[in-house]
Write a protein that binds this ligand. Structure first.
Ligand code: NAG
Ligand code: NAG
Ligand code: NAG
Ligand code: NAG
Ligand code: NAG
Ligand code: NAG
Ligand code: NAG
Ligand code: NAG
Length: 525
């Protein structure tokens, strides 16, 4: 359906033109205006977070800012330091960069006492180190006197880590076991894995192959992902391109037909288009699958709340039954539609993505804190109100729903980036300063509500003015993502910023670590 439709548009659009006339390179040529004061305010929040972490938690993984203690929630290899690395680099925070650079070679990536998540380790540690290496050997090469041995050590450490992780792929099908154990490296023996954890490895593992010249890493990730690109049986693809969640590792077959753009599924879709941006020749099929998924999402999942038909959220589904619920995590989708629209010169995707950005931003401005909840629900205005999947809000949220078009079902906020992330893409696509205002308001709300003790903490309830109490945890992705997107939207243009005109040199992994695209410049394709 989509392809014939696009063909008609193309024929009409170019009727009368010689076939040799190339299409316009991009409909988008925005002007960006930096705001040094705001960028510096975000940098200051980064410094506060880093100082607290360095004093009370380093070289452990995460700061507990209320009690000034630490947590080794990511195997004890210094997750916050590695997640802060590329942010310190793009902020030009050289004292912090040097500390992390000299720390990296001291990490023992072969030893940990706890289970290792292939997915989390890939997106945070592998992604963080590959990004730092790409930045230091690329656009930041020569800007500072740094220990060049240690720059090389960053790639060596990434390589060592992957060598310890790769046992995960030694299954009957090549679909990885997401849980591995070290000393010696071995699989935990899981029987199934999910599409996000299988499908969010390819960018990092392919980059490692392309940097080292050893094709093995990329091929491992591609083999695992091949079962998601051709899903079987039919149960696993309830709408064209939109998949179930769990896959049997022994057979490669889908175990369910439940999914959407939320946690557990999200970054599988995200990486399909990002791989095409990374290399449109090797990853053309990934793009085709992204297009099918996005067309289905617009056709089947787009949903307007009964009380706010002006808003558009993406429903989730169980088989073909829609669930009118979404998550903070799913709010990355607006940015991903925008990125895909820019990449494929398809303004329809950009426009739809901007609508998703509006609605996710609405979850922020509607609450007492100015921050959106972890999970929320609404009633769809095209589904009967007596349908079992279209129940109304609890009585005490009815007036909130009437005004805001959603109600919170899990009201916490754990320093997640996705709403600000998508606002960043909206700004880079359009140059509209309204998006800088939105990102700044969101940052101010988080900076005010989550600041506590020696840093920033997750909070329990965004619907209470004081955040409902602190859960005493500063996630490593606060450094990698929230602070980076909040900074970049106000910062000067730079080679690592997302571009609207096909001049991208970097693509961001799902942890917001900028990875250099294979061709160096998108334009050379
Ligand atoms: C492995 O890590 C544990 C705890 O982090 C530590 O006690 C132990 O000494 C380490 N072993 C090696 C061989 O480094
Ligand atoms: C920086 O660039 C120079 C010149 O191209 C190159 O010789 C050097 O190896 C690069 N340094 C790093 C750290 O990549
Ligand atoms: C660079 O770091 C290494 C440790 O990884 C150290 O042995 C070396 O002396 C350092 N080089 C300089 C010039 O400081
Ligand atoms: C989805 O469909 C399959 C069979 O097609 C059925 O076994 C399963 O119970 C359904 N799941 C849900 C959540 O409806
Ligand atoms: C919903 O209401 C309509 C009309 O009142 C009725 O025909 C239908 O059977 C009801 N559906 C359910 C699931 O109760
Ligand atoms: C609504 O009531 C439930 C159940 O008593 C309670 O847990 C929840 O906090 C209330 N929500 C609001 C927004 O007042
Ligand atoms: C919300 O709107 C519905 C439908 O208009 C109405 O029945 C209900 O009383 C309203 N709730 C509140 C608390 O105002
Ligand atoms: C952000 O929070 C910190 C810590 O509370 C505070 O010092 C700073 O002034 C805040 N920044 C802005 C722009 O409000």
């Amino acid at each position: 359906m989509y392809f014939s439709g696009a063909c008609v548009v193309a024929l009409l659009g170019f009727a009368g033109h010689a076939k040799a006339t190339p299409p316009p390179r991009s409909a988008y040529a925005p002007k960006y205006v930096a705001n040094a004061g705001r960028a510096n305010a975000v940098k200051q929040a980064f410094q506060i977070s880093w100082d607290g972490y360095y004093k009370y938690a380093f070289p452990h993984d995460s700061l507990r800012p209320v009690t000034n203690t630490y947590s080794d929630d990511r195997n004890g290899w210094g997750a916050s330091a590695i997640d802060a690395f590329s942010t310190a680099l793009v902020m030009g925070d050289w004292p912090v960069v040097e500390k992390i650079l000299n720390f990296v070679p001291t990490i023992d990536f072969s030893n940990t006492t706890t289970d290792v998540s292939l997915f989390e380790t890939t997106i945070r540690y592998l992604g963080g180190m590959l990004s730092a290496y790409d930045l230091l050997t690329g656009p930041l090469n020569g800007t500072q006197k740094l220990n060049t041995t240690n720059v090389k050590n960053v790639l060596k450490q990434a390589n060592r880590l992957a060598d310890n992780l790769k046992v995960a792929f030694t299954t009957e099908t090549g679909i990885p076991d997401n849980t591995v154990r070290f000393s010696p490296p071995r699989k935990a023996g899981s029987t199934n894995n999910g599409i996000a954890t299988i499908g969010t490895l390819i960018l990092e593992w392919q980059r490692l192959s392309d940097l080292t010249g050893n094709t093995a890493y990329g091929l491992l990730a591609q083999k695992g992902e091949s079962y998601l690109l051709d899903p079987k049986p039919k149960l696993g693809e309830p709408f064209p391109g939109l998949l179930g969640t769990n896959v049997d590792i022994a057979t490669g077959r889908f175990l369910d037909g439940s999914g959407g753009w939320g946690g557990g599924d999200d970054s599988f879709y995200e990486y399909l288009i990002k791989m095409y941006l990374y290399d449109p020749v090797r990853f053309a099929k990934y793009k085709d699958r992204w297009v099918v998924a996005v067309e289905s999402s617009i056709k089947y999942l787009a949903s307007n709340p009964t009380t706010r038909p002006d808003l558009t959220y993406l429903a989730m589904y169980q088989n073909r039954t829609l669930q009118f619920t979404s998550e903070h995590l799913a709010c990355f989708s607006g940015g991903n539609f925008i990125l895909g629209g820019l990449t494929l010169d398809e303004p329809r995707y950009v426009k739809f993505g901007l609508k998703l950005v509006d609605a996710c931003r609405n979850t922020y401005v509607s609450t007492a804190t100015g921050i959106g909840p972890e999970v929320f629900q609404w009633r769809d205005n095209r589904t009967p109100l007596n349908a079992s999947n279209n129940a109304g809000p609890p009585l005490n949220q009815s007036s909130f729903y009437n005004v805001s078009g959603f109600w919170s079902t899990v009201p916490s906020y754990v320093l997640r980036p996705e709403v600000i992330e998508s606002i960043y893409y909206a700004y880079r696509a359009t140059g509209d300063p309204k998006y800088q205002e939105w990102a700044w308001e969101a940052f101010l709300a988080v900076n005010k509500t989550c600041a506590v003790g020696s840093g920033y903490s997750s909070i329990r309830d965004v619907t209470k003015k004081d955040g409902g109490g602190f859960s005493n945890f500063q996630e490593s992705f606060w450094f990698a993502e929230v602070l980076k997107y909040s900074y970049l939207i106000h910062a000067e243009d730079a080679p690592w910023q997302v571009k609207a005109d096909h001049s991208n040199q970097f693509v961001y992994n799902t942890e917001c670590h900028p990875i250099r695209i294979a061709s160096g410049f998108e334009k050379t394709k």
